[in-house]
Design a binder for this molecule. Structure first.
Ligand SMILES: Nc1nc2c(c(=O)[nH]1)N[C@H]1C(S)=C(S)[C@@H](COP(=O)(O)OP(=O)(O)OC[C@H]3O[C@@H](n4cnc5c(=O)[nH]c(N)nc54)[C@H](O)[C@@H]3O)O[C@H]1N2
Ligand SMILES: Nc1nc2c(c(=O)[nH]1)N[C@H]1C(S)=C(S)[C@@H](COP(=O)(O)OP(=O)(O)OC[C@H]3O[C@@H](n4cnc5c(=O)[nH]c(N)nc54)[C@H](O)[C@@H]3O)O[C@H]1N2
Ligand code: SF4
Ligand SMILES: [Mo]
Length: 694
């Protein structure tokens, strides 16, 4: 092959929020291999099997390579001109007939900051609505809400290197060795070196095998566990009085509340033995530096945002925040879910979480964009679906999100998508969601575009193309800016870097961000005008009026769903190492040979009682739907609970998930679903899809 076809670029992984830096090697327009960047700040020469090997999807024959327009019962290929004209005229018609708020958009947390910034600008400036949201809604929106309340900013207080400095850590509802494998390995190594690790998870996750202590709560009882830990910390004299006085406010109410949660009471609620809870509190409180790490086992609950506030309480009581080793690290999920939210792809905020109702901020954007902007909050994702079913929402533009597979209550989502007059999907593959589209736009994966991702440490890192998009596919940035022009709003961006210049101009915390300064090390926001970034937040003051951290006195409340006679088991859903969310990418790589389906984890005692054999098909029923799936027996799960993932459309796990959601942010309660499990008598006679569709 001639040399000019060879490309080597350093880029950033497009799967999870760890943000591993990768060396991508391409030849003749195809990725031939990917290796870890030795100087990647988050990965330091490591990757997991997704970042390193799961790239074959880029040249899958199933990639979308031309715009598709619905015709008759199917789709036909179209030119870009036709597709863009069609979308502009339909959006124009709907806006004229029903107003701009009859249209809504979703930005992709898999795509770059620049893509997401352009997407929210398109919705706000070209369409004229704040109906824009992103996947954070169903993921860590409770974390964002709670950390803004407690500390001021929506992001981890430190970074992954805090794990190396910590003497102890509590990992709550995060299965890091599968969901964030490179961070998980770092936690494992720290534990092997002597960091005292406590895991809190209803399943005995792999990290539990490396820890000093594993606590196994009943799903949905985290609040009681956090209040119980605070009770022991106060009872045994570990409250840092100086820190409380100088840096915080609101402890009095918390002191009263936590008195109601002594370990024996918490044992009754959560099932965690009182002495284990006491031991965990001591491990955290006695450590010089200790970090708190959490995931969806905290957020995807009815009171997820309240539990995050209770986690923040622990750090405020003990003064364990704002220095190396004492960090609060929410393990943000998708590669750029931190960034898509930072960019204002949310219905209530512009960049840097500034309210759309803030006159000064809204004016600054109006001046820059040259159009009047709405001061009204837009719809959140679940509200969009309700409005579609209700007939008020007429069109959606869904960019890089497979809502028909991954959002809760699949039947309702499909009903909503079918109710729309006009649906545009922009993806790299046909998905469960594109089935309902009127126009499908073929876009580019992370290996085919330029821009930046922001990882779970608030670190902005560069993304560089190693290959061209296939066929007529275009970059997301190109598509969104072209469509905006067709709608009469020219953003004036030639390249994603132009968009970053605008972001920096309009966003104080991005003031000093340039591609040149990001370089190979990245920048952790806030980034001052002179380029100084912020690896650790809150060393001196919290980012709230008055500068003090805020306690929250929030009692434990029962989860939204509960087991009863008809639905006696609690289903928890989550992830597997080998596959990624909707699975559109990993199912088109050799990872499929490692794992080719979802399965149901069930405790042998429950299995025996129900007559379920290892490897046998079972029917799982919830209050809203049912599926068929293979059962596997494991003692890593407690009796009374079952677990599965949601990576395979053949299974359609989310047919089982109901409408219950976090009270403050509408993040779905994916982690507590009352179900009944029964063996399927005749394996051949009941095909999975028929069972699932009903
Ligand atoms: N391999 C892989 N990696 C991924 C993804 C993927 O799909 N596959 N997805 C990415 C995304 S989008 C995200 S958000 C992250 C998510 O990463 P994680 O936050 O680790 O996600 P989950 O596996 O869904 O849930 C974590 C754990 O919460 C536990 N849990 C459930 N209920 C409770 C509870 O009430 N209390 C406690 N303490 N724990 C509970 C579950 O048993 C589970 O082990 O992973 C990212 N990385
Ligand atoms: N039962 C259950 N359901 C869950 C969860 C759970 O724990 N349990 N977790 C929830 C969570 S935390 C999340 S984040 C969601 C994730 O749900 P989704 O966001 O729907 O899933 P993803 O697979 O991350 O990607 C979405 C789509 O983006 C496309 N895509 C990838 N890269 C690009 C790109 O660069 N450009 C474009 N245009 N498209 C791209 C993919 O092909 C895919 O169709 O799932 C949620 N669903
Ligand atoms: S740990 Fe996350 S960012 Fe790193 S290679 Fe794996 S999927 Fe990519
Ligand atoms: Mo997520």
């Amino acid at each position: 092959m001639p040399d000019r076809f060879d490309t080597d670029v350093t880029t950033t992984c497009g799967y999870c929020g760890v943000g591993c830096r990768l060396e991508a090697h391409a030849r003749d327009g195809r990725i031939v291999s990917i290796s870890p960047a030795l100087d990647g700040p988050a990965n330091r020469g490591h990757t997991c099997l997704k970042g390193r090997f799961a790239h074959q999807f880029t040249r899958s024959r199933e990639r979308l390579t031309a715009p598709l327009i619905r015709e008759g019962g199917g789709f036909r290929p179209a030119t870009w001109e036709e597709a863009i004209t069609r979308i502009a005229s339909e959006f124009g018609r709907i806006k004229a007939q029903h107003g701009p708020d009859a249209i809504a958009g979703l930005a992709s947390s898999r795509a770059t900051n620049e893509d997401c910034y352009a997407m929210q600008r398109l919705m706000r400036a070209a369409i004229g609505t704040n109906n824009i949201d992103n996947c954070s809604r169903v993921c860590h929106s409770p974390t964002s809400f709670a950390m803004r309340r407690a500390f001021g900013l929506s992001g981890a207080t430190g970074g992954f290197s805090d794990i190396d400095f910590a003497d102890a850590a509590i990992v709550i509802g995060a299965n890091a060795t599968e969901g964030h494998p490179v961070a998980g390995a770092r936690i494992k190594q720290a534990a092997l070196r002597g960091m005292k690790l406590v895991t809190v998870d209803p399943r005995r996750i792999e990290l539990a095998d490396y820890g000093a202590l594993h606590l196994s709560p009943r799903p949905g009882t985290n609040a009681a566990v956090m209040l119980g830990l605070a009770n022991v910390i106060a009872r045994d004299g570990f409250v840092d009085g100086d820190y409380l006085a100088e840096r915080t406010e609101g402890f009095e109410a918390v002191e009263e509340l936590i008195a109601l949660y002594p370990p024996d009471v918490v044992e009754g609620i959560s099932g965690i033995p009182a002495r284990d809870l006491e031991a965990a509190a001591h491990i955290y409180a006695e450590a010089d530096d200790a970090s708190l790490v959490w995931g969806l086992g905290v957020t995807e609950h009815r009171y997820g945002s309240e539990v995050v506030q209770l986690i923040c309480n622990l750090a405020l009581m003990t003064g364990k925040v704002g220095r190396p080793g004492s960090a609060l690290l929410p393990l943000r999920g998708q590669n750029n879910v931190q960034g898509s939210s930072d960019m204002g792809a949310l219905p209530d905020t512009y960049t840097q979480y500034r309210s759309v109702a803030d006159e000064e901020v809204a004016r600054a954007f109006e001046v820059r964009w040259g159009v009047p902007l709405s001061r009204e909050n837009g719809l959140k994702i679940p509200e969009m679906f309700d409005a579609a079913v209700g007939g008020e929402l007429k069109a959606m533009y869904i960019f890089g999100e497979d809502v028909a597979q991954t959002d809760p209550d699949t039947k309702h989502v499909v009903h909503a998508l079918k109710s729309l007059e006009f649906l545009v999907c922009q993806d790299i593959f046909e998905t469960e969601t594109t089935k309902y589209a009127d126009v499908i736009l073929p876009a580019s994966s992370f290996l085919e575009k330029t821009g930046t991702f922001t990882n779970a440490e608030r670190r902005i890192q560069l993304v560089r193309p190693a290959i061209e998009p296939p066929g007529a596919a275009r970059t997301d940035f190109d598509i969104i800016t072209t469509l905006s022009r067709a709608l009469g709003h020219d953003m004036g961006f030639e390249t994603p870097e132009d968009a970053m210049r605008e972001i920096a101009d309009l966003t104080p915390h991005f003031a000093g961000v340039t591609y040149e300064r990001i370089g190979r090390r990245g920048l952790q926001w806030p980034v001052a005008q002179d380029g100084t970034d912020s690896p650790i937040l809150y060393g001196e003051r919290f980012h709230l009026p008055g500068g003090r951290g805020r306690f929250a006195a929030l009692p434990y409340k029962e989860p939204g769903d509960a087991a009863d006679e008809e639905f006696p088991l609690i289903l928890v859903t989550g992830r597997r190492l080998q596959h990624y969310n909707a699975g559109t990418m990993t199912r088109r790589t050799a990872n499929l040979q490692l794992l080719d389906s979802d399965w149901l984890e069930i405790h042998p005692d429950d299995a025996r009682r129900l007559g379920v054999a290892d490897g046998a098909p079972v029917k799982v029923r919830s209050r809203v739907g049912h599926i068929q799936i293979e059962a596997r027996l494991t003692e890593r799960i407690e009796p009374g609970h079952v677990f599965t993932a949601f990576h395979f459309p053949e299974i359609r796990t989310n047919l089982l998930v109901g409408a219950s959601a976090d009270v403050n942010t509408s993040c779905p309660e994916y982690k507590v679903i009352a179900v009944a499990v029964q063996p399927v008598a005749d394996r051949a006679g009941v095909p999975t899809l028929t069972a699932a569709a009903g």
